[in-house]
Structure formats: C-alpha cells, structure tokens
Design a protein around this ligand. Sequence first.
Ligand SMILES: Nc1ncnc2c1ncn2[C@@H]1O[C@H](COP(=O)(O)OP(=O)(O)OP(=O)(O)O)[C@@H](O)[C@H]1O
Ligand SMILES: [Mg+2]
Length: 359
Amino acid sequence: MTIRGTTTDPCAVRAHDLGKTYSVRGVKGGVRALDGLDIAVERGIVFGLLGPNGAGKSTAVKVLTTLTRPDRGSAEVEGADVLRNPGRVRRLIGVVAQRSGSDPRATGRENLILQARMHGMGGHAARTRATELLDRFDLTEVADRLVKTYSGGTQRRLDVALGLVHRPAVLFLDEPTTGLDPEARAAMWTEIQRLASGDGLTVVLTTHYLEEADRLAQRLAIVDHGHVVAGGTPDELKGELRGDAVHLELASGSVPAEVRAVLEALPSVREVRVAGRGVSARSDNGAAAVPAVLAALERAGMPAAAVTVARPSLDDVFLRYTGRRYTPDNGQDTPATPGTRPSGDVADTDPTVRQEAAK
Ligand SMILES: Nc1ncnc2c1ncn2[C@@H]1O[C@H](COP(=O)(O)OP(=O)(O)OP(=O)(O)O)[C@@H](O)[C@H]1O
Ligand SMILES: [Mg+2]
C-alpha cells in the first residue's frame, strides 16, 4: 500500500516555470541551474529527465523533493505544494540522491532499520520492513555486512531500498546507474521497471544515458540549460525525425565549414551538422544517399574515414533540439558547430560544460 494525495489530478508531479540560480563566488549573476522548467508526470509511469551534465536535472529533483527552494515557479507532488506543504511532500516521496546516502560504516540491514525508525516506525515494524526490502532487492546475503564492503551495484540497490522504506507514492531516482557495470545496470533497469509496472509507483528518473532513457522511460523530458527542450514518449520523439540518420567520421585535416558546404549542396541530405570530426545529416533514404555523400567529400579532398546509417535515436533527437551531440561512449555532450548554443548562459562559467565553452 502506498500513500496517495487526495487529488484527482492524473499527474503525480507537476512543475511550472521553475527557476533557480545558485550564487557562486566569483561568478557574476550566479549559475543558472533552472530556467523555466515545466514538467507533468502521469501517475504510475517511469518518467525520465534526460540531459547532459549540468543541465539542471539534480536541481530539479532537489526542488521537487523540497531539498532546495526555487527562485521562481511552483511545483506539486500528489497535489502537495513543495513550498507551502513540504512536510506532506516529504511523506509522499522517496529519494535516491545522485550520491549514495547510506552509512558505509553500518550494515545494509542497520541502514534500513534506521531509515524506518526515522520515518516513525516502531522497532518491530522497522525490522520487518528491512527484512522485506532486503529480500525484495536481493540483499539478504549481504544484509549483515558493512555497506563499505558492497560493490557499486549492490550499494545502489540498497539506496533504492532505502528510498522505499516508508512506501512512498513517488520515487525520485537521481542517476541510479551512473558508475555501474553493464550487468549491474541491467539488473537495476529490471528493478526500476518492476517498481512502476508491478508496484504502481510513479518513478521520476534522471539520467544522462540515452539508452537508459530510451529503455526505461515511458515519457521523457529532454532538459538542457535548465529547461525542457523536448518531451514525449521515446517513440514520439524519435518519430518526429523523418528518415534516416547518416553519421560520418571525417579524416583528419578536414575543414568543418567546407564539409558542411559540400554536403548542404547535395539534394539527398538535409540538417547537416558538423561537430569536430563527426558529421551527421538526415536523409529520406540513408543507404541510397551514402554513395553521393562519399563521392562529394572525395571530390572536395576531404574523404570520410567511416560512415553509418541508422534509424533515428534519442541522440539525434537531442541534436535536433540542442544543436549538440551526445557522444556514444560516455554519454557526455560534445562540442558542436559554433553558434548553435545560446550565448550568455551558465555554460560560460560552468566547469561541467567547459569543454563546450572552450570550443
Ligand atoms: N550547490 C550548487 N552551487 C552552485 N552551483 C551549482 C550547485 N549545484 C548545481 N550547480 C550548478 O547548476 C547547474 C545545474 O547542475 P545540476 O547538478 O542540477 O545538473 P545535472 O543535470 O544534475 O548534472 P549531472 O548530470 O552532472 O548530474 C550546473 O551548472 C552546476 O554546476
Ligand atoms: Mg545531477
């Protein structure tokens, strides 16, 4: 059984026009983390907040979980206002922060019991709930070992269990799989899916992994520079992109502006973007367009080193809306064609996007 608000609103979480600027010494005007963020999360789904490092995902979670106050805007969880009724919001939610909140010098079981006691459960109820969760999250074997001896995946499972102790209606998971190996990540994905589908929980998940968002989230909000740039189901978002994605890797020595001019002159491709040595474009028929693309680059003396044709991915969706590309291997955004990013924003001062600003 979970606690629910009394609202008839089909959304478990709503945020409207959230803004938040952190004061940072030496940074004039501070660092703008949220800039007009709007979301509406239907009850009982996994909702993904997807965005690159520094996009404002954790700040959004902190506002929604009453850990920080926004400078503007409003937010509600199960009908309870985060500013006017933070106590009620806290009873309705579970939070798994980006950094683990468990005590490494206590055992998993002790952590769970302590958490239950902090939520006002009696000793017997707390121990029973701890045993239930240890079993549920496959932690029984390690239950009486100190948390500091746990592997990363095991520790993260305990974090999720800790967030569920008081049977919340909404669970916030901030980057639940960052740093996990593929096997532990897959196990966590299964667990998260089970929470929404089996237990009817609303899960708000932040991630900078495109694949994770694609697989887990029934609905997504792509966040960049503190606001939502695109939203919908992963299929809706990908479906907005007509045709195939053509990705090229250029040989060294190519001149990005010239490459773009060469490709833009071809009728079979559109939306040409150049980011370093990577080029992407769209085509109604990618496989048919490739020979012309390769020949044109060859003629211009800037041959391609590699080419792939793919159905649209969330990576392409991100590119479409932000002008930048996530790199496939580490999920970070990469420098893109100059002039695609709005100027005068936090990226100029924010170390997490210095890579971009340095471009
Ligand atoms: N306590 C803070 N003080 C100052 N600046 C902050 C603070 N917390 C976050 N920021 C800045 O606010 C912006 C948004 O940060 P936030 O942590 O919300 O992003 P994120 O999307 O969660 O990123 P990540 O993927 O790296 O976790 C960044 O520029 C960050 O440097
Ligand atoms: Mg974060």
